[in-house]
Design a protein around this ligand. Structure first.
Ligand SMILES: [Zn+2]
Length: 356
């Protein structure tokens, strides 16, 4: 346990998981939670307070709720809907080149802009998640509203008069946008999760999902990617070290492991033979409200592809942690972010190394 005193904010406690710290802050008498990157672990206590401002904490500060009357005015026209998304796209309405961040831009006659430095031509939604699916801003707003209300894909398709395939693609886009916000996103991409449009598809399909560790504290859940563990390891722990396991469909979860309430994964490696069953009763994680919430959602999926499992789990995490706030602006913000390009960064880094 680490107690650090900072001006105005007292950090009550923190827990270290593989990728992050969860800190409980007493901010002017109001409880707040913040997640910080594990990089803080490497620094000593004296520099933690100095570095604190550099890290942008992801925390539960509620965004303004959008009631149905406000929503109605937002979806009134394409222009009003677009304005809503634009506010999330450009900080202080300052546009910059998505490729090189340069601010010197030329306006083209068709409304697009061209970068004065690298010549990249773009519009406001270029390279962002919401540029996928060819939805108008109005359609995206309606989609997010129905998605946040957990309306089934078939019903969304019917209500919006779009095909079932389009709805699935839009839902996939929103989930990838949610995942991109996670602190462990870079490691999930390294594990074979496709970041989104603009990135090459992974060469091989993911056979087994990565293993996640679950921590729930003070009403906040973290599903942490554990890159050093695999589905095979879980089975090994079960068969050789009697780690208790249970399942929801193909998804297997376990008794506590290290600081985690449970490990969770899915994939054929967990089901090698008929006699292997994951049916232990009364695992401690059953008492976790987050797991009760997630179990219900995972059960509804009726079979989940291993490569999609991280997306569903991160969606559960976000929905649970945002349960007291309006999901629509939270999702809109995620959707307006640029699609990460980890391979490009990696290639650029390699190129730099070669030059050196
Ligand atoms: Zn540029």
């Amino acid at each position: 346990m680490l107690i650090v005193q900072l001006p105005e904010i007292i950090l009550h406690y923190c827990i270290a998981s593989e990728s992050c710290f969860l800190l409980r802050l007493d901010h002017e008498g109001v409880d707040d939670y913040a997640l910080f990157d594990i990089k803080l672990c490497d620094t000593n206590a004296a520099s933690i307070s100095a570095d604190m401002n550099i890290f942008t904490p992801w925390h539960g500060t509620a965004m303004a709720k959008i009631n149905i009357i406000t929503f109605n005015s937002m979806t009134f026209s394409e222009k009003t809907a677009r304005r809503f998304f634009l506010d999330f796209c450009w900080k202080n309405h300052q546009r910059h080149c998505p490729a090189c961040k340069n601010r010197k831009l030329y306006r083209l006659s068709d409304g697009r802009r061209r970068c004065g430095r690298c010549g990249y031509t773009f519009h406001d939604f270029s390279r962002r998640f919401l540029n996928r699916c060819a939805f108008t801003a109005q359609q995206w707003l309606w989609f997010l509203k129905l998605f946040s209300l957990d309306v089934s894909p078939a019903a969304i398709g019917e209500q919006m008069a779009v095909s079932y395939a389009t709805v699935l693609k839009a839902a996939d886009t929103v989930r990838r946008a949610i995942l991109a916000q996670a602190l462990d996103a870079p490691r999930l991409y390294a594990a074979g999760v496709w970041p989104g449009p603009g990135n090459p598809m992974p060469e091989r399909d993911m056979v087994n999902a990565p293993v996640f560790g679950i921590i729930e504290l003070g009403g906040m859940a973290i599903c942490d990617l554990l890159p050093d563990l695999s589905a095979e390891n879980l089975l090994h722990f079960k068969l050789n070290f009697c780690l208790k396991t249970a399942s929801i469909g193909q998804v297997v979860y376990t008794a506590p492991y290290k600081q985690y309430q449970s490990l969770v994964s899915c994939g054929p490696a967990l089901w090698p033979a008929r006699y292997v069953r994951h049916a232990d009763k009364r695992l401690p994680v059953e008492g976790s409200p987050f797991w009760a919430f997630s179990k219900q959602r995972l059960r509804q999926l009726r079979g989940v592809q291993s490569s999609h499992f991280p997306l569903y789990l991160k969606e559960c995490e976000l929905r649970y942690n945002s349960r007291d706030q309006d999901l629509l602006p939270v999702l809109a913000q995620a959707l307006c972010a640029f699609v990460p390009r980890p391979t490009e960064t990696r290639t650029a880094a390699n190129g730099l190394a070669q030059v050196r």
